[in-house]
Design a protein around this ligand. Structure first.
Ligand code: NAD
Length: 261
């Protein structure tokens, strides 16, 4: 399938995990892809190596830094000759009881997960308006857009904010052909989840809460992004599609525990 043939794309945080899978999937669907990374040039090079030859290149930037984001967009649009799709994927988290959170960590998580996606969306929308042919912004959110995440309050706040950003930008630019959507992954096997993915006991505990009984793969998330980036999603804007094996379905209600049966 070449649903993204001719599309120019920037994927942030694409040196590992879901971002890497998205960048490779998009290139395989025909897109030219700028692979943003912060640290880990090796990972970004591996992303490009996983693409059909000549369809990707790397670009370094911290998405939370305005001057670096501006320089990245100048570089990317010059090399690609424009931009059609931005994927805001970069994200970080750090567990900590909420009453012990250091404001430096709070600010960093909001900086990467919320300020960064807004900065990149702002730059992308400026390019889209100048080009005058619409465009697509996609945000990698989380089930924690709607499910509270104790001990990860900074992360949870950013994903809740991301929902509002997705909907607000979608409404503001709908009449200019710019679509803004999000994907909300559940528990996915990537480096952000090193705490449990290689530990059978911990992984079993995580998977016992997932109605489909298993964690997801990065490719299962990348395919949703590919659909939303493509013209097949031409009438969808302001939405979050949850790809989570049923995690958002209030799994505890599988058993009718309060109906008197
Ligand atoms: P990951 O750690 O492999 O990916 C995060 C990427 O962001 C890394 O490549 C990292 O280098 C990059 N990054 C960090 N700070 C950056 C910065 N300042 N500038 C640019 N890039 C930066 O983990 P992942 O699971 O692939 O996470 C990708 C996205 O998916 C995140 O936004 C995360 O919140 C979201 N997500 C993941 C899961 C999951 O279970 N894995 C679930 C829901 C949402």
């Amino acid at each position: 399938m070449e649903r993204l043939k001719g599309k120019n794309v920037l994927v942030t945080g694409a040196s590992s995990g879901i971002g890497q899978a998205i960048a490779i999937r998009f290139a395989k669907e025909g897109a030219s892809v700028a692979v943003n990374y912060f640290r880990g040039k090796d990972g970004a090079d591996a992303t490009v190596a996983g693409m059909p030859a000549g369809q990707g290149f790397t670009v370094q930037a911290d998405v939370s830094d305005e001057s670096q984001v501006k320089a990245m967009f100048a570089d990317v649009t010059a090399k690609l000759g424009g931009l059609d799709v931005l994927v805001n994927n970069a994200g970080i988290q750090k567990p900590c009881p909420s009453h012990e959170v250091e404001m430096m960590d709070f600010d960093r998580i909001l900086g990467v997960n919320l300020r960064g996606p807004f900065l990149c969306a702002r730059e992308a929308i400026r390019v889209f308006l100048k080009q005058g042919k619409g465009g697509v912004v996609l945000n990698n959110s989380s089930v924690h857009e709607v499910i509270p995440k104790p001990k990860y309050v900074s992360y949870s706040i950013t994903k809740g904010g991301m929902e509002n950003m997705t909907r607000s930008l979608a409404l503001e630019y709908a009449d200019r052909g710019i679509r803004v959507n999000a994907v909300g992954p559940g528990a996915i096997v990537t480096p952000i989840n090193l705490a449990w993915i290689n530990n059978d006991k911990a992984r079993g505990e995580v998977e016992s809460h997932i109605p489909m009984g298993r964690a997801g793969g990065s490719d299962e998330i990348a395919s949703v992004f590919a659909f939303l980036a493509s013209d097949e999603a031409s009438y969808i804007t302001g939405q979050t599609i949850f790809a989570c094996g049923g995690l958002t379905l209030f799994p505890e209600f599988r058993v009718a525990w309060a109906s008197g049966e």
